[in-house]
Design a protein around this ligand. Structure first.
Ligand code: BGC
Length: 372
């Protein structure tokens, strides 16, 4: 079968490889499921791995099959699989509990304390940019047929659900927390899905991006569901509080770390800032008003939390969010799926769009590996 693989540490090494089709017997407790990949999403992480910023091959191998955003159809199940059958649509989670951390042993591998983590398509396990994969049924989320067309967005949505769940859990420190306003920094794929998730919860949402709003689909998508959109060149995140007031919740999804220090200055008392960007560079930031930020955090009981990856429960919450969004904002999620690339062999096109997303006006780029 075909797959797209990279050689870790070698810039621009992505290539099409021909490998053996996996078998359910590869998963040895009868819990194996063979899945045919229908769609596979692409994001900045895939671009950064192909740029050799990170990415690790499985032990004993010199290549890594890319891809962590996925959607597929079950073709075969092992004898102990109870709740999945041939023909079901599924999305697989990304991180696996292969480490020694206590969190791996209790099924919370998204909170692992090991520095080496195991993620399909990213770190030490092959990913989903392939025609087929096998997986233990425990890591597969069944997807209703009605949301199948947009279910490739479930993995990025799961990331947001985990971030928002962490915020809720942390805010239980307050006996009463009725958040009303939120800012979402970055209106790429994760940013827009966060705008959606927060609008579904009734937040007043303010999205911020780099480009001017006129004729910009990202801005239109914010406005279509009742959020505002501002270009940070026109209205900086720090100045935005003069217009919109301070925020109860800020979600950072730009990939640009200096903006974090601006975001820290926009929180209301008791407010929470959620950081979700993986910034692999070496940037440092001068001119940070550290006394002011520190003082406001202390005197206002403000919180900042990082969030990575997602667990099964966050994917399940994501399924509900997709169904909710389809009911409240029909067609909105499909509008986000701007760039379809047919066939894994066209992986160079995918990287071209990922590298030059702005020019293409791309939000979500994905492979249609097989027509459903
Ligand atoms: C993926 C996560 C992963 C993170 C760090 C993100 O792009 O969506 O599943 O945990 O990268 O590797």
């Amino acid at each position: 079968m075909k797959a797209v693989a990279i050689t870790p540490g070698e810039k621009g090494s992505a290539k099409l490889v021909e490998i053996d089709k996996p078998k359910i017997s590869d998963i040895n407790d009868g819990n194996g499921v063979l899945v045919e990949v229908l769609k596979a999403g692409a994001c900045g992480t895939d671009r950064e791995i192909n740029n050799a910023e990170y990415g690790t091959a499985p032990e004993g191998e010199d290549f890594l099959i890319l891809g962590h955003e996925n959607f597929g159809r079950v073709v075969e199940v092992g004898e102990n699989v109870r709740d999945l059958e041939k023909g079901d649509h599924v999305v697989a989670t990304v991180r696996r509990p292969c480490g020694d951390s206590i969190y791996d042993t209790i099924g919370q591998q998204d909170f692992t304390t090991d520095s080496e983590y195991y993620e399909r398509g990213i770190s030490r396990i092959h990913g989903y940019w392939a025609e087929f994969y096998t997986e233990n049924a425990d890591f597969l989320i069944k997807v209703p047929k009605k949301i199948a067309d947009v279910a490739v967005l479930l993995e990025p949505i799961s990331i947001i659900k985990k971030g928002l769940k962490q915020a809720e859990d942390i805010q239980r420190r307050l006996d009463i927390w009725h958040p009303k306003t939120a800012a979402v920094l970055g209106t790429g794929n994760v940013g827009l899905l966060t705008v959606m998730a927060l609008r579904l919860r009734g937040f007043e949402v303010h999205g911020f991006g780099l480009q001017e709003p006129e004729g910009y689909l990202h801005a239109e998508l914010c406005q279509a569901i009742g959020a505002t959109y501002d270009a940070t060149r026109e209205l900086s995140v720090t100045d935005s509080v003069k217009k919109y007031g301070e925020y109860d919740l800020v979600f950072e999804a730009t990939g640009y770390s200096p903006i974090v220090f601006d975001a820290m200055q926009t929180l209301k008392e008791n407010g929470i800032l959620i950081l979700s960007s993986v910034t692999g560079g070496k940037r440092t930031t001068d001119g940070v008003p550290s006394d002011l930020i520190n003082q406001e955090f202390v005197l206002g009981n403000r919180v900042m939390v990082g969030t990575v990856n997602a667990n099964r429960e966050h994917f399940e919450m994501g399924v509900k969010s997709i169904a909710h969004a389809e009911a409240m904002y029909p067609g909105w999620l499909s509008r986000m799926m701007t760039h379809k690339v047919e066939g894994l062999e066209n992986f160079e096109k995918v990287f071209d769009i990922l590298e030059n997303g702005g020019e293409y006006g791309a939000i979500k780029t994905y492979f249609e590996v097989k027509k459903s």
